[in-house]
Design a protein. Structure first.
Length: 291
């Protein structure tokens, strides 16, 4: 049975009790899907006790973003965590994570600046702040994050190193539906016709992987080809970029060496979707019939 904690003190004590044998941790914002549950399974590979958190963090949402309508289903999420084998769940109120009079934010600079950082001001500061709070509460553990949120993972790895936190951060490969679309809580927003449009994203990623495998190392050309693949079917593109897979900065000389990140962020209807592959590293995106 999953033990549910609403207070920092209660969850911290439970983590402390579990830490001697080993603790895995999966932070989430809820609306859980198979991708989240795969993170729980991965955390179990690293530790006998697995904790999860569900907290829709207000500081990572910008003005006119979807904080109010972000899907919430604590009862359903708890049932899924139970089946996945989680042991502990931290589900605090906003006031528990951001006490009255709070003034502190955590900022990661260069790796948070490009890509989503350019289009969502303050987003990664909110992510870094809440994740640092969660790590301060759990203490030493293995924390598992999905690579679909690749830049978020990079920010979290950087802050963990820079702040000397006793956290082993593990990135887990993107989990996809049978049609190739990356699992995301925001897929809930998509109508059937919008979902069909969104399949242009994994199709563009797969095409880029094939192009790279065939020997093309021109970063701009690969990005432009991916953009053309999605621009007719999506309503707005924030970015389609090929960048260094570690620094997230432009590829030196526009020539990909052995690996690079192709990252996409675009809007289908009112839904913002992100996806990525690391060219030269990730397994080829498998597409379903509709892609």
């Amino acid at each position: 049975m999953v033990q549910v904690f609403r207070t920092v003190s209660g969850f911290r004590a439970a983590c402390e009790n579990a830490r001697t044998a080993g603790l895995g941790f999966v932070p989430t914002m809820g609306a859980l899907h198979d991708g989240h549950l795969a993170l729980v399974t991965e955390a179990r590979r690293h530790a006998p006790t697995v904790a999860a958190s569900i907290f829709v963090n207000p500081t990572q949402f910008g003005v006119n973003e979807d904080l109010a309508r972000y899907p919430r289903d604590l009862e359903g999420d708890l049932e899924k965590l139970q089946k996945a084998g989680a042991d502990l769940l931290f589900a605090p109120a906003v006031e528990e994570m951001y006490p009255e009079g709070e003034q502190t934010r955590v900022s990661v600079s260069r790796v948070a600046a490009p890509l989503c950082g350019s289009f969502r001001p303050g987003h990664f500061e909110g992510v870094a702040t809440v994740v640092t709070k969660l790590f301060a509460i759990t203490g030493a553990c293995t924390a598992v994050f999905g690579r679909k949120d690749y830049q978020q993972l990079a920010v979290i790895k950087r802050l963990t190193i820079d702040l000397r936190l006793p956290i082993n951060v593990v990135g887990f490969p993107t989990v996809r539906d049978l049609d190739g679309l990356a699992k995301s809580s925001r897929n809930f927003y998509l109508s059937p016709s919008e979902r069909a449009q969104a399949l242009a994203i994994p199709a563009a990623l797969a095409e880029a992987q094939d192009t790279f495998s065939n020997g093309d190392r021109d970063a701009a050309a690969i990005a432009n080809r991916a953009r053309k693949r999605i621009e007719a079917l999506t309503d707005r593109i924030d970015y389609v970029e090929v960048v260094d897979a570690d620094s997230l900065e432009p590829v030196v000389g526009n020539k990909i060496d052995h690996r690079a990140l192709l990252a996409i962020a675009c809007h289908v209807g009112k839904t913002r979707l992100i996806d990525n592959v690391v060219l030269g590293e990730d397994a080829r995106v498998v597409l379903g019939e509709k892609a």
